[in-house]
Design a protein around this ligand. Structure first.
Ligand code: SAJ
Length: 427
C-alpha cells in the first residue's frame, strides 16, 4: 500500500468491517486516505479484497469495488501500523442486559503492539458512558505512551440509519468527544474529510451519552405510541387516526406503533443507560419493556383471530426489523415466530423478499399464502405494495389479515371480503 502525497492524508485502520465499519472505511478511502480494514472474520476480509460486500446497503458495493480497485482500501486479518485506528466493532447486549464490551477490549488490545507516538484512536462503537475513559484509555496506557499527548483518543458515535448509510455518513451532523481538546480537534479534522454536516466537539463521556440518548428518545416515543395502540384497542378508538390528527399540532410528534422495536440500536442502547443507573432510569426501562411486549401483543391478536380453528395455518409477511433491508437483528417478528412455534398450535409459513437463508421462508408470496387461515403483515416492505389480493383471496383458506403497520388499504380489502385486524385499532 503506497503512502499518499497529500500531507493531510492518513493511513487509517478501521477495526470491524460490519454495518458501520465497512461503509466508514470505504468513505475514508474515497476521500484521500489509505485504509486498512481489519477484521477477525476471514470470510469478510477475503470478500472485501475481491471488492465484494457481505451486507446489503444501497451503493456500498459500487463504492467498495472502486476503492479496492484503486488500491485505497484493502482488508486484513493482521493488524498493521497506521496513523489512526477507528474501532467499529459490535457491542452486543448480554443476557443480563449489560453491554458486552469484549470486542472493544480485544480491538483495543490488537492496536497495542503497533501503537506509536502521534497516533490517534477513535471509538465509534456505541458504548455505555465512560467506556472510552475506563476501558479504552487504560488498555492504551499499557503501551507506555502518554495517552492524551503522544496518542490522542476520542469517541465519535456513528449515527447513520441502515438503508441510507452512505448518504447519512456525509450529510448528518457528527459529535466528536475527545479525552482532551487536542483529541477533539484532531478527530474533527479527520472526519471533515467527508462529513458535510456540522461537527460538534465535546468530551468523550458526553458523546457516549448523546448517542445513547438519541436512540433512547426514539425508543421511548415509540413505546408511547405502542401504549396508545394498546389503549385504543380496548377503548374502541383507532390509534393511527389519533396519531395523524395529534401530529397536526406544531409541537407534537407521536411515533408509529408496530409489532415491536428491532435492530441493534433502539432495542439495545437504552439498556446501556439502565445498566449504569438502574434506580434512576425508570422511564427508559419501562419503554424498553413496553416495546418488548409488542410481539406478545401481536401473538394475542393472532390467537384471538384463530380461536375457533383447531390447527390454524398462519403466514407471516415480512421478517426483517424494518422495511426494505435484509437486517434481521433483534427483529420483533422473529420473536413473534418464536412465540408461534412455542405455542405448538400453528402451521407456519414465512415470506420475506429480503430473507433467503431460512428453511421456513417461501420466497414466492403466492406460494407462501396457499391454504393460510390468517396472514400477518409484519414488515411493510415497498415490494408488498403490489400484492394481488384478488389472487391471494383465492389461495387462502381463511380471510383474516393482521396488519401490524397500518400498511394495507383496509376499506378496499374489506370490500374484497377480507377481515382486516389492524394493530392499534379497536374499531
Ligand atoms: N419503529 C417503530 N415506530 C417508529 C419508528 C421505528 O416501531 O415510529 C421501529 C422500526 O420498525 C424498527 C425500530 O423501530 O424495528 C428501529 O428502527 P429505526 O428506523 O428507528 O432505527 P435504526 O435502529 O435503524 O437506526 C437508529 C437511528 N437512530 C435514530 O434515529 C435516533 C440511527 O440514526 C442510528 O445511527 C442507529 O439507530 C444506530 O446505529 O444507533
Amino acid at each position: 500500500m503506497q503512502a499518499s502525497r497529500n500531507p493531510e492524508s492518513k493511513k487509517i485502520c478501521v477495526i470491524g468491517l460490519g454495518y458501520i465499519g465497512l461503509p466508514t472505511a470505504a468513505m475514508f478511502a474515497s476521500n484521500g486516505h489509505m485504509v486498512v480494514g481489519y477484521d477477525v472474520n476471514e470470510r469478510v476480509v477475503n470478500a472485501l479484497n475481491e471488492g465484494k460486500v457481505t451486507i446489503e446497503e444501497p451503493y456500498l458495493e459500487d463504492l467498495v469495488k472502486q476503492v479496492v480497485a484503486n488500491g485505497r482500501l484493502k482488508a486484513s486479518t493482521k493488524m498493521e501500523a497506521c496513523d489512526v485506528y477507528i474501532i467499529a466493532v459490535p457491542t452486543p447486549i448480554l443476557k443480563d442486559k449489560g453491554a458486552d464490551m469484549t470486542y472493544v477490549v480485544s480491538a483495543t488490545e490488537a492496536i497495542l503492539p503497533v501503537l506509536k507516538e502521534g497516533d490517534m484512536v477513535i471509538l465509534e462503537s456505541t458504548s455505555p458512558p465512560r467506556s472510552t475513559l475506563d476501558i479504552v484509555v487504560p488498555i492504551l496506557e499499557r503501551s507506555g505512551l502518554a495517552i492524551g499527548t503522544d496518542v490522542l483518543v476520542a469517541h465519535s458515535p456513528e449515527r447513520v440509519i441502515p438503508g441510507k448509510i452512505l448518504f447519512e455518513l456525509v450529510e448528518n451532523n457528527r459529535i466528536v468527544g475527545g479525552i482532551n481538546q487536542a483529541s477533539s480537534e484532531a478527530g474533527k479534522k479527520l472526519y471533515r474529510s467527508f462529513v458535510k454536516g456540522e461537527i460538534y466537539l465535546t468530551d468523550s463521556t458526553t458523546a457516549e451519552m448523546c448517542k445513547l440518548m438519541e436512540n433512547t428518545f426514539r425508543d421511548v416515543n415509540i413505546a408511547l405510541a405502542n401504549e396508545l395502540a394498546k389503549l385504543c384497542t380496548v377503548m374502541g378508538i383507532n390509534a393511527w387516526e389519533v396519531i395523524e390528527l395529534s401530529n397536526k399540532h406544531p409541537r407534537v410528534n407521536i411515533h408509529q406503533p408496530g409489532p415491536g422495536v428491532g435492530g441493534h440500536c433502539l432495542a439495545v442502547d437504552p439498556w446501556f443507560i439502565v445498566e449504569k443507573q438502574p434506580e434512576l432510569a425508570r422511564i427508559i426501562k419501562l419503554a424498553r419493556e413496553t416495546n418488548d411486549s409488542m410481539p406478545h401483543h401481536v401473538f394475542d391478536l393472532l390467537e384471538k383471530a384463530t380461536q375457533l380453528i383447531e390447527k390454524p395455518a398462519a403466514c407471516i409477511l415480512g421478517l426483517t426489523y424494518k422495511p426494505n433491508i435484509d437486517d434481521m437483528r433483534e427483529s420483533p417478528i422473529m420473536e413473534l415466530v418464536e412465540l408461534i412455534h412455542h405455542s405448538n398450535r400453528y402451521q407456519l409459513v414465512l415470506n420475506d423478499p429480503y430473507v433467503f437463508d431460512n428453511d421456513e421462508v417461501i420466497s414466492d408470496i403466492y406460494e407462501a399464502v396457499k391454504g393460510a387461515d390468517v396472514l400477518v403483515l409484519g414488515v411493510h416492505h415497498d415490494r408488498y405494495e403490489n400484492i394481488d389480493f384478488d389472487r391471494i383471496k383465492g389461495l387462502m383458506r381463511g380471510n383474516t389479515i393482521i396488519d401490524t403497520r397500518n400498511f394495507l388499504n383496509r376499506s378496499l380489502l374489506t370490500e374484497k371480503g377480507f377481515n382486516i385486524v389492524l394493530l392499534g385499532s379497536g374499531r
